[in-house]
Design a protein around this ligand. Structure first.
Ligand SMILES: Cc1cc2nc3c(=O)[nH]c(=O)nc-3n(C[C@H](O)[C@H](O)[C@H](O)COP(=O)(O)OP(=O)(O)OC[C@H]3O[C@@H](n4cnc5c(N)ncnc54)[C@H](O)[C@@H]3O)c2cc1C
Length: 473
């Protein structure tokens, strides 16, 4: 590593200031430098592991004074390379992992205050211990952390009912790029005193500051829940089914996931087999979950009976126990793991208006078929939000390198069509380093200009996560 003397001074000073266990040599923290899918790798000069907000502020102040890059990382489960950079100089990696305390749970106020390094599952459990629900739920919830969830404005399976991470956040505490601490942890439901800095920091992927803690919204826990796996004739019927169920069961549908049998087949291909919920497994399934007052399961069963008569579903099974429901969810949550094992030619986290999702699936499938009829498509995900993981794979056993060459064309076909559908090519995973060019290609000029101006105003020296989100602007 070829650091300027000033950088050596900075790093030595940070090591002294933080002391053990407040820092790690990069070689002692390899997990910070890879992503879950091995698609990106990063490097760093030092992994700073501050234990308090004041320490985070001091690390940022020192890096800014030395004009040295800082890259925040929470759980490292992001899928767009947001915390992974190979650029020179190797940055200070600012890990929030030691700041993992639940500072307060206030059931009466339906709010809790947690530090940025708190693991999402621990936050859910702390809410449950107070007889409340924190509804953010992702397959990575055992590893991702609140700071990363907010910085990427994570979505997940419950967005349909409870919104994205942004909607679940009442306030944040953060260190701004000049080292100032913004104390915005008020737990207010209404506060219109000026610009809302919280909403700038949420979804900024560490380019505008470091979130150190958050005030989160809690909800009543459902007294009863019901989960069903349903065979639907096609994606259009899936979306119609959602509209059919809503007025019949009430506003209690929390998850509505589309599953492609290709993804179910990948479980076997990856050696991760799970028992099939239906026999035979249909081309398209929907996994639906409702939660609410007692009687919700009966309401769902009655509504599904009517849906069968209306031809919106042809087969189905309602989970008979919590463990039965967990079996359904295990299939859904293992599909991304199997996808990774099979290895995508190109994967896409896109969203389109919900009503147009079926037409998008049809047109994107046709366009890819015309490009190369041998490609396999696994389209699954949060269809109730119009958010699809439209992933494209080579045929089983085909040469990986030959198909890797098609990846840019495949991506362009899917992304251009998404744009034509007035959709987003970065629905829930963000921009990171993977989609900086797409942001420019498909972004609104007014938005891009405002983003540049905000970045220049808050981070004039460009030290906060350089290369993420705005690199191509
Ligand atoms: C199996 C699997 C399933 C997934 N499912 C979903 C899903 O359903 N929905 C979804 O939205 N995502 C999903 N993801 C993606 C990922 O888990 C989410 O984006 C998650 O919110 C990232 O949290 P993290 O703590 O791992 O963040 P990290 O990966 O550590 O960081 C993400 C970004 O935020 C920045 N950052 C991290 N911490 C801070 C901080 N404290 N302050 C400022 N910036 C910070 C980083 O620099 C980076 O740019 C999935 C990932 C996997 C591996």
């Amino acid at each position: 590593m070829n650091l300027r003397p000033a950088a050596e001074d900075l790093l030595a000073g940070l090591r002294d200031f933080l002391g053990p266990p407040g820092w790690r040599a990069p070689d002692d923290a390899p997990e910070v430098f890879v992503d879950d899918r091995d698609r990106f790798t990063g490097r760093g000069a030092l992994v700073a592991r501050p234990g308090t907000t004041a320490e985070v502020a001091e690390v940022v102040r020192r890096c800014v004074a030395a004009r040295y890059p800082v890259v925040p990382v929470s759980g490292g489960t992001g899928l767009v390379g947001g915390h992974l950079t190979m650029t020179e100089p190797a940055p200070v990696i600012l890990s929030l992992q030691r700041m993992n305390r639940i500072r307060a749970v206030d059931a009466a106020d339906n709010a809790m205050i947690v530090e940025a390094g708190a693991i999402l599952k621990d936050v859910q459990d702390a809410a449950e211990a107070a007889d409340r629900l924190f509804p953010l739920s992702l397959a990575s919830e055992g590893s991702c952390r609140i700071g990363g969830n907010l910085s990427s404005n994570a979505g997940g399976v419950n967005t349909l009912r409870y919104g994205n991470a942004r909607d679940l956040c009442l306030g944040v505490e953060a260190v701004l790029p000049d080292g100032t601490v913004f104390n915005g942890l008020k737990r207010l439901r209404k506060d219109n005193m000026g610009y809302d800095l919280r909403h700038l920091l949420i979804g900024a992927e560490g380019t505008l500051g470091v979130i150190t803690a958050a005030a989160l919204k809690l909800f009543a826990r459902p007294a009863e829940s019901a989960t069903a796996w349903l065979a639907v004739p096609d994606p259009e019927a899936a979306v119609e089914l959602l509209h059919f169920l809503r007025p019949r069961v009430g506003d209690v549908i929390s998850a509505f996931e589309l599953i492609d049998v290709v993804g179910f087949g990948f479980l076997e291909e990856a050696g991760l087999d799970r028992p099939a919920p239906l026999d035979p497994m249909p081309k398209w399934s929907v996994l639906v979950e409702c939660g609410g007052r007692p009687g919700v399961a009966e309401a769902l069963e009655t509504a599904l009976g009517a849906a069968f008569e209306a031809g919106l579903a042809s087969d189905g099974v309602i989970a008979q126990s919590q463990s039965h429901a967990s079996d359904f969810w295990a299939i859904r949550e293992t599909i991304p793991v199997a996808n990774r094992a099979v290895g995508a030619v190109s994967s896409h986290d896109i969203s389109v208006p919900v009503a147009r999702a079926p037409e998008f699936i049809e047109r994107a499938t046709a366009a890819l078929g015309a490009f190369d009829a041998t490609l396999r498509i696994n389209c699954f995900g949060h269809v109730g939000d119009g958010n699809l993981h439209f992933n494209v794979y080579r045929p089983k056993g085909a040469d990986k390198a030959a198909y890797a060459m098609k990846s840019e064309d495949v991506k362009r076909i899917v992304n251009d069509l998404t744009h034509a559908f007035e959709g987003s090519v970065g629905a829930e995973h963000g921009v990171g380093r993977a989609k900086t060019v797409d942001l420019v290609r498909y972004g609104d000029p007014g938005l891009l200009a405002a983003m540049r101006a905000i970045k220049a105003a808050l981070d004039p020296h460009g030290v906060m996560n350089p290369g993420a989100v705005l690199a191509a602007l």
